[in-house]
Structure formats: C-alpha cells, structure tokens
Write a protein that binds this ligand. Structure first.
Ligand code: MLT
Ligand code: ZN
Length: 409
C-alpha cells in the first residue's frame, strides 16, 4: 500500500462526504480510533515497509503501519535504537504513535514522539498529500506541519510514512528499584541523579497498595526485601560500555541514605524481573473489574499534591479503588480506578478538576479521543479550542477526518 493509494481513498471519501476513521494498532484508550456511525475505517496495517537505516543522518524511514517493536529490531540490526518505548510496543504502530504524540517510558530523557519526528508523509482531509521527508535537523521555513500532526489523533490527516530519529544502541544499563517514603522523596532523588548524570532514562513509581495488589492478584513479587510507601524504578542507560553507572547510582542513594533500600540489576536476565512490578500495574484495575484509565500530568512540584488529593477524593466514594503509578519523572501519573458494579460516580468529574486546579493536563499520553472531550474546557480556553477548530478546517475542510474526536460533535 502507498501514500498515493491512501490519498485516492481519502479524496473519494471527501468527494462523497463520507467520514474516515484512521486506525493503527488499536491500542488507544480514549476511543480515538473507534468508528461510531457510518465512517470508513482506514487501517494503516499494509503501510508496512521499513527503509534502510541512515547511519550518518541517524534516521530510519518506514510506513505508518509498522509496529514499534518491528522498527526497533530493524534499527538494532545496524547498531541503533529508537529513543521511545512503551508497554504496547508489539502492537502499537508508529503512525498511531505520531497521531497520539505517544510518550511512554523514556520521555523523561528524549521527549515525546514529536521530538523524534524527522519527517512525515500524510494525506489531508481533502486527499492532498503533504510530504516533509528531508530529515533536516534545522529547518525554520514556515510552519511545522509534521509537528502539528503529532497529537492530532487522526482529526487532521492520515499519517502514511514517518522518518524517525535514532540513537546509538545501549552498551550498558543499570536498573534500580528503591524503596522510598513517598513521592516527594522520589522527586528529590530523581533530581539528584539528574545532576550527576545525563544517562537517567526512566523514572517510574508504584505505591504500596499497588504492589500488594500485584502480589495478591498476579503473584508478582517486589524485588525489595520489605514494603515501602513507594517503589521508584530508575534506569540509567549509556551508549558507552565504560560509564560508571553503578558508582553514580551509589553516590545518589548515599546522599539520601537509602542505599540499603535498593535492589540493583545490571544484566538483561534480571532486568525483566525489576520491570515486572511496574509493567503489571496497568492490568490491576482490569482484573479488579470496572476499569477506568486516566493519564494525567502536573508540574513536577505538584505531583505529591496530586497523589494525596486524588486518593482522598476517590477514597470518599464507596465502590471505587484507585491504583496510581507511572512516569513520575515526567510529572505524569496513571490514575486507574476500578468502579464496582452499580456505582454511578464519574471518575473524570472527581479527578480532572483536581488536575486542572494544579495546572496539569487531563491527557498526558493517551489523547482526548471521544472519552475526554467533555472535559477539554477544564484545561483549554475557548479561544484555544476555537484556534484548534480553525486549524482542523484548514487541514480537513469538509471535516471528514475522525469526526467527534477531540471536539464535541
Ligand atoms: C503505561 O504507562 O503503562 C501505559 O501508558 C499503559 C496504561 O496505563 O494502560
Ligand atoms: Zn504510560
């Protein structure tokens, strides 16, 4: 399948006033790729070609339907990796990741998908093809159309091809789990490690209640010897085999007097065990039943407040169980809530006003989709939403692209 073929499909839909729902790996959590009424679903699955690695430009080109795992494997054959990773790596496609401006486990060091994009080909709502594939690191000629498509959730265009930046493959890696007194201490430890090294790549947090649930429901064991209010997973990654990662980590842990609370992995065989506790967390509310998954972010200094205010507010409603975890280094927490049968509470109405009050975002990673559009006004002014609607008009004059997503109908 080619960009021109996609263009022909979209142009026909535009002529016939038929709406289009672009669909990648279908890993979205906000209903952004789900057809609702009489739309054509345009799957990117057959846009699956991977180009050669450009070792000098440090980029790789591929079709929008290529999964993250496949692309990473291709890059690794030439000694490179993508500076972006997330749990749905085997299913999520790079086109969908551009459309949602995917984040994940390394945003902390490298930024979102928008930061990785060196070029894009896309088909706009009227069938026009826009191509920005030069791969230039510097290009200030007018508007950044490629960047604009990041996070547009299929409402502006269908992404058909992408050119992504690469980084050298990891030559050494250190994964630590540290038991801490709470989020505040976690933030301070992360800040201390960052002043010592640029190699800190992930900073993920789980809390005692989630750890206990993971042990009960999945038999997943903490790598720490005893329970702590929270566990902070830190991963330091270097493209040199000689970086003294263990010494650096030791200095930071000693500064906080927490060296005895830590477990350390410096090899691939134990690494999976270190990540397991964090990686099983998204499934906890699914197992508990009635899962609602919110992904929010606040300024780093406000994360402790976010945690305590959300726990208190959720705790007041019988039948709700909150599991918090996530990318604490980015100020981004997953607030997953199990809602018991028959409980009518709107978890969004409980959590989102708290987030807005703290100056945060109701969507750190998953997008607005259909599910969160009713709350967009909490964090975006009407002038802001109007501006976004005008941008949509310019890309998609007949509004056939993913109608009802981001904006209310
Ligand atoms: C994660 O960080 O694990 C993901 O964003 C997935 C999720 O929360 O469901
Ligand atoms: Zn996440």
């Amino acid at each position: 399948m080619t960009t021109d073929e996609v263009a022909a499909v979209v142009a026909t839909c535009n002529r016939m006033h038929v709406s289009v729902v672009p669909q990648g790996g279908n890993t979205g959590l906000v209903g952004g790729g789900v057809p609702r009424a009489n739309e054509v679903v345009l799957s990117t699955e057959r846009l699956d070609v991977i180009g050669a690695v450009d070792a000098i430009g440090r980029t790789i080109r591929c079709g929008a339907g290529v999964t993250l795992s496949r692309l990473r494997s291709a890059a690794m054959e030439d000694g490179f990796d993508l500076p972006l990773d997330l749990a749905s790596r085997d299913v999520a496609t790079v086109g969908g990741m551009v459309a949602t401006n995917a984040g994940g486990l390394q945003v902390f060091r490298y930024g979102h998908m928008r930061s990785q994009l060196a070029g894009v080909s896309a088909v706009l709502g009227d069938g026009t093809v826009v191509e920005r594939m030069s791969g230039l690191r510097k290009d200030t000629a007018g508007y950044d159309l490629a960047g604009m498509l990041c996070g547009s959730e299929g409402t502006l265009a269908v992404v058909t091809e992408v050119l992504l930046k690469l980084v050298p493959i990891a030559r050494s890696r250190l994964t630590l789990v540290v038991g801490l007194s709470g989020v505040q201490q976690a933030l301070e430890l992360v800040a201390a490690v960052r002043t010592l090294t640029h190699t800190l790549q992930s900073a993920e947090i789980v809390f005692a209640d989630g750890v206990r649930l993971a042990e009960e429901l999945f038999g997943t064991r903490s790598v720490l010897r005893r329970p702590y209010p929270c566990e902070l997973l830190l991963e330091l990654v270097s493209d040199s085999a000689h970086d003294p990662l263990i010494e650096i980590a030791g200095v930071a842990l000693a500064q906080f007097g927490v060296e005895d609370n830590a477990a350390v992995s410096d090899n691939e065989s134990t690494r999976a065990e270190f990540w397991a506790m964090r990686e099983r967390h998204p499934e906890l509310v699914v197992r508990l039943g009635g899962p609602r998954k919110l992904d929010v972010s606040v300024p780093l200094r406000a994360v402790p407040q976010l945690e305590s205010l959300v726990r208190t507010a959720i705790g007041r409603v019988p039948g709700l169980v909150a599991v918090l975890y996530g990318h604490v280094g980015d100020g981004s927490l997953h607030v997953n809530i199990s809602v018991a049968d028959g409980v009518a509470a709107s978890v969004e109405d409980i959590v989102f006003p708290i987030v807005a009050e703290l100056g945060g975002s109701i969507s750190a990673e998953h997008g607005i989709g259909v599910d969160k559009r009713a709350w967009l006004g909490l964090i975006r002014s009407s002038a802001d939403v109007q501006m976004m609607r005008r941008i949509k008009q310019a890309f998609d004059p007949q509004e056939i692209m993913n109608p009802g997503v981001i904006f209310s109908d």
